[in-house]
Design a protein. Structure first.
Length: 164
């Protein structure tokens, strides 16, 4: 008997692909929902989502707080605060769909890293390790399973090319 025939056959060949799909969808959903939250104001029945909520209520107050608690100039913090909502939405969809999967996941990791830096610039950074650190770990795990991207748009298109 060969050594490969003694290896346990406990997992289907699709297990890594399922793992990658679940991780990638989680990362994409987390980024998208965090971006959507930037456009929210109110709670319950009074909740509204709009661009004006984002530009008036989220950007400038956060930028001032970041600038006053870090070495960063307020203009740089303003640029970050005014763009991060859109970046979260875009990278969230990009990651969930799985086009240029590895690049999208790398971008997701960089977005989480920038969120972590932004949180570290705020006086209460308790979310930094628990939330952002875990998210970066999940992105890294998702990148490690990217070879099994059968259920991403990349994987589907690659499968069609092999069939032709």
């Amino acid at each position: 008997m060969s050594e490969s025939s003694l290896a346990p056959q406990c997992c289907s060949s699709l297990a890594p692909a399922y793992a990658h799909l679940l991780l990638r969808l989680w990362v994409g959903m987390r980024l998208f929902m965090a971006g959507l939250d930037k456009f929210r104001w109110g709670n319950g029945e009074t909740t509204t989502f709009s661009i004006s909520n984002y530009t008036e209520l989220k950007g400038p107050p956060i930028a001032k707080l970041m600038a006053s608690n870090s070495f960063l100039p307020e203009a740089m913090c303003n640029g970050f605060a005014n763009s991060i909502g859109y970046v979260l939405l875009l990278v969230g969809v990009w990651t969930a769909v799985g086009i240029f999967t590895e690049l999208g996941l790398f971008a997701a990791g960089l977005v989480f890293l920038s969120l972590g830096f932004g949180l570290a610039c705020l006086p209460d950074d308790t979310e930094l390790v628990g939330n952002i650190g875990l998210s970066i770990g999940l992105v890294a795990l998702c990148l490690m399973t990217a070879h099994a991207k059968k259920f991403s748009l990349d994987g589907i298109l690659r499968g069609k090319k092999k069939a032709e």
